[in-house]
Every structure is written in C-alpha cells, then in structure tokens.
Design a protein around this ligand. Sequence first.
Ligand SMILES: Nc1ncnc2c1ncn2[C@@H]1O[C@H](COP(=O)(O)OP(=O)(O)OP(=O)(O)O)[C@@H](O)[C@H]1O
Length: 369
Amino acid sequence: MADYDLELVKLRKVYPGGTVAVENFDLQVKKGEFISFVGPSGCGKTTTLRMIAGLESITGGNLLIRGNDYTHVPTEKRPTATIFQNYAIFPHMTVRQNIAFGLKVRKLPTDEVDRRVDAIIEKLELGDVAGEKEASLSGGQKQRLALGRGLVTEPDILLLDEPLGALDANLRKSIQEELKILQRELGITFVFVTHAQSEALSMGDRVVVMNAGRVEQISPPFELYTRPKSPFVARFIGRNKIIEGKLASVDAGNSVLETRFGKLRGVTGFDPGRASTGSKAMAVVPSEYVNILPAGEGKGKDELDTLRGTVTSLDRVGQVVHVAVRMDERLDVRLEVHRDKIAGTEVEPGRQVDLSWRHDRTTIVLDAA
Ligand SMILES: Nc1ncnc2c1ncn2[C@@H]1O[C@H](COP(=O)(O)OP(=O)(O)OP(=O)(O)O)[C@@H](O)[C@H]1O
C-alpha cells in the first residue's frame, strides 16, 4: 500500500513557446486529503492540475499516483477525474445520460452503469431532475451534476479547476460547505484550484501557495494565515502588518529585527542557517492579534511589542470600528476593532495610540530581495 495518493517530484512544465509555467514542484498528498492550490493569475495552478490530469504533458520530474509512476501515462488511463469551471455538461443529454456517459465510453455492462448512476444520483440528490437537461438546472444543480460525472468513474483523485468560479457569492458559500462534507464522506483525495484565498483556506486541509511557477509554501490553513514563510505569502494571504528591517539576532526559535521603530521580536520563520545578523527581513503580524490602546497604556509588559502612532481616521460600522493609524510616512496601519474595546477611551482621530501584540504572534520572515 502506497503511503501517498499523489506525489509530485520536481515537476516542471515548459510550454512550446518557452514559458516556464511550473518549476521544481514537490508535493505529497495523503489519501482523503483536500488540497487547495491558490495564487495569482498565471502562477501555474491550472497547468499543474492539467499535468496531474494528463491533459498537459510533463516536461520534467515525476508524477506518482498510489506509488505508481504516471508521468507519461495518457489521461484516459489515469485514476483521476477532472471538473472544470464551465462544467462541460452535454446540453442535449439529460442529467442521467450525462452521468452515465463516462461509464458508457468505458464500455461497462449496462447493469453496472445503472447501479453506479443510481447511487450517484441519490448521493448528490439529483433524483428530481434526473430527466432534465442542462438548460433547466440551477447553478447548484449544474455543479452537482459536474461532480456526479466525475465521481461516477470512481477516481482515486478528483481534480477541480475553479469549479465554483461561475456561481454567485451566496450559492458559492453553500456549495463550498456541501463539497467539503461530500469529500469527507467519500474519503476521496481532492485537488482544488482557486484564486480566492478565502476559498482555499476554508476548504483545504492543506493549502499550496504558488507564485510565478513555484511553490511558496504548503501548510494547513491556520498555519499559513499565522506563520507565513515568505514575503509573498505574508502579503498574499491574510491581513498582515509588515515592518521591514535587518536581523539583529537569529536563532532557531526566535529572532530579533532592528527596524526604524526599534527592535521587534518574533518566531523565526526561516532556516537560521540561511541568514545572519544584518540580513534583510520583516516582522509579520496578523492584524487580528494587534491591540490598540491610548498612548502609554500599551507599554511595560515583557511579552508585548508596542509601537506608537497617531489615529488618522475612525469609522464605526455597526459593532465594528475601522481605525487607521499612521506610524510614519511609510506605514499606515488599518485595524478593525470591536466597538466596546475602545468605547470611552481616548482612541480618537488626532490622538496618539499604542499598537501592541504578543511578540510570539510575530513571524520573522527573510526578505529574499
Ligand atoms: N497553452 C499554453 N501555451 C503557452 N503558455 C501557456 C499555456 N497555458 C498557460 N500558459 C502560461 O503558463 C503560465 C501559467 O499559466 P496557468 O494557466 O497555469 O496559471 P494559473 O495560475 O492557472 O492562472 P489563472 O488563475 O489565470 O488560470 C502563464 O504564464 C501562462 O501564460
């Protein structure tokens, strides 16, 4: 029994024109894992998914499914199914015929086709529309039909390329939940491509962040959100406050950064062997961990790092208050705080305030530049 459902080993893709779309992509996926790929447009997410599906040739490296090498195996011989953003539903066929299609192509016996199609229709609650065609289906039903077409072939791995991109925001949310529940029930490995970070984080057991053809970080969502390992991830994921500086001390657990606001401490987010005192780095603090207090009230606790600034604007929206604080001409910090937290205090426009956070919430990230 192979340890992993899917292994990518130094996967590489160069398109005929010379574009290097994917470089040095390593990933190991356990059976039943939900993996999200996220990154800006053109970073290579779709190309990677298409290489796994066998829809795009692999220029270098290896692709293993359950321990077997599939690097150069054609798509129809791979134990994968792909769901595309446009669903690729046949408009002239009914829901039932659409689901059965992939099995008929594989020339399965009729009773086997019927049995599998019935089971999928029941599982995805498509019984009421089994005789309908695409034109009369809702967005959610089309999505489920597309899933049904993939699942009926009983793939080891389901590949989903922005499958919720065409849905409006409310439907998207509810289908995200349905999809996640279904995936857990089925125990099938999902690889899910999206450019929406909230979707990647809410659905994935682990998230792969890609940038310019390379993997930036592979982590579970909370770790990705709170412990970015690169400047790109710090800026792309979450709502981080970033302060640049130079390393004043480095060790495996914690580092100290010398910044224009003084020394800031944090958890070392890089291999300490790769850096030394004086290297460029940044302190990254998720906004959610930053507290705002009237000037002077934030000081004096050893576990806290504190910076002084001036409130430039304050907007109350229901229970939430949006506060903008100018630290200096290069850094404006925007925070959301609960109204009760600052009620009756001197946190008002024009006033000085202290922003403080526990230094173990900070990650010190090496600046590659
Ligand atoms: N068929 C192709 N021929 C040549 N270059 C291509 C081809 N398909 C994609 N590319 C290029 O490869 C790079 C990666 O593209 P890819 O579509 O994989 O990115 P993506 O992250 O999925 O982007 P998006 O979110 O916009 O779909 C881009 O520079 C793109 O222009």
